[in-house]
Write a protein that binds this ligand. Sequence first.
Ligand code: GRF
Length: 201
Amino acid sequence: MNLAVFVSGRGSNLKAILENEDLKNIITIVAVISDKQNCAAFDIAKENNITTFYIGNKEGNISFEKLVSWMKINSVELIVLAGFLKLIPSYFVGEFRNKIINIHPALLPSFGGKGMYGMNVHKAVFQSSSKVSGPTVHFVDEYYDTGGIIAQQCVDISSVNSPEEIAEKVLKEEHKILPYVIKKIIEGKVIRTDNRVVVLE
Ligand code: GRF
């Protein structure tokens, strides 16, 4: 299956997808798209000979409009947001309904929404004294972090001393759950029923 991955920063989830043994023979990442021209994730893409697109606010080498046709011409069947910070325009979501997934570093529907990204999330979780956190993989709709939840992994944070410690624990699980969900989607085992998303064994 052809995938496109949207990133904004370090790219550790992109790396986890690329290095996952279960995915090696069943996916091809045909493009990595970023709103940051000089992000580490672009370096990872280039090392792996993957086409990169910069989709800046004012000037970029591609626009969301042009990206829609590029994705179609290149038979992209799944779009993965792995640390992409911008809201995906609604017409783009409409073109790829149920084909865009996002990873969020907390247990949605808590600690999500506009401005809730990166360390902001982990700081809010820490301040709340939550005893659990963990990654959520969900379908992307027109809003921030509100699409149907596909999978989550609880992490015990009852004895952490800092938001950084939460980030580290959650990131480890992100690197497992994102490839897991991609594999399940490829196997046709992620099913949408009315308002729920079911992952079959
Ligand atoms: C991850 O924590 C992801 O959940 C969030 O942004 C971070 C991206 O990290 N949406 P990386 O660029 O994959 O290392």
